[in-house]
Design a protein around this ligand. Structure first.
Ligand SMILES: [Zn+2]
Length: 139
């Protein structure tokens, strides 16, 4: 099974989520979680950072005291943790699935073809088709 293409994903997702809450989930294409984390960090900023400091931050780039940012930073940290956990769970799920007989990469149960090489799944491989074709001709 070729999981090399998925190797760095949990770490990349966590690093992106550390930069901007929800960005790691966007990278993982977890749309609902992306919206949830963006919304949560936005609301946390409005609720926990005092309004004058928020205005100064937006207008002049003046950083509020760290103590006022702690709830927002905590949510950002949790977002990174969640992105890492979601990516690891996804990677384990993919590893548990049957690999594609053609390219060896993980397949998706919902698809009738390999998402990596488009090989149809659950049907004979082209070599076997050729063999059965020869058999038909020899009859
Ligand atoms: Zn394949």
């Amino acid at each position: 099974m070729n999981l090399n293409s998925l190797k760095g994903r949990p770490l990349v997702a966590a690093l992106l989520a550390t930069l901007v809450a929800g960005l790691g989930h966007l990278y993982l294409k977890k749309w609902a979680r992306t919206v949830a984390w963006f919304t949560l960090i936005y609301v946390a900023g409005l609720v926990f950072v005092p309004r004058p400091e928020l205005i100064a931050l937006v207008n002049q780039g003046a950083e509020p005291p760290v103590a006022h940012l702690l709830p927002v930073l905590a949510i950002q940290f949790l977002s990174a943790l969640d992105a890492y956990r979601v990516a690891r769970t996804e990677r384990r799920r993919l590893a548990a699935l049957d690999p594609c007989p053609n390219c060896g990469k993980p397949t998706d149960d919902d698809l009738e073809f390999c998402p990596w090489c488009t090989q149809r799944l659950g049907v004979e491989s082209p070599e076997q088709d050729g063999a059965s074709g020869n058999r038909l001709i020899s009859r």
